[in-house]
Design a protein around this ligand. Structure first.
Ligand code: ZN
Length: 123
């Protein structure tokens, strides 16, 4: 079994960039359930809710949805898989780093969600 790692860069308080590695593993993406695509490429939280009106206006909509014609690459993974930190392999010396990485990931996610909602609002 090959060993994977996530490379993580951070700047310390003096602005010096350092690179670290965390043990990682591949998991099936929870956003697209491993399909690698989602409708319109939206994340799980962004899933569109179609109303009867939408279907009335566009008779092909249901067909398009079911056939995957509207599917785009999933925003959260690479071909249905996600490289995540392998918590089983974390050691005391990279636990602190892991916390920093989690924070960086969370910030990135919030930033992406903000960009998406701005796009939807036509900004
Ligand atoms: Zn995915």
């Amino acid at each position: 079994m090959s060993r994977h790692s996530i490379e993580f860069r951070r700047e310390d308080s003096e602005g010096v960039e350092t690179s670290h590695k965390l043990p990682a593993k591949w998991v099936i993406c929870g956003t697209c359930d491993g399909d690698g695509t989602t409708v319109f490429g939206w994340g799980r939280g962004d899933a569109a809710v179609h109303t009867q009106e939408d279907f009335d206006e566009d008779p092909d909509l249901m067909d398009d949805l079911m056939s995957g014609r509207l599917d785009k690459a999933c925003p959260d993974c690479e071909k249905g898989r996600q490289l995540v930190v392998n918590e089983d392999l974390l050691k005391a010396n990279n636990l602190e780093l892991y916390k920093l990485w989690m924070k960086a990931e969370k910030d990135e996610r919030e930033y992406q969600a903000m960009c998406r909602s701005e796009r939807m609002n036509g900004a």
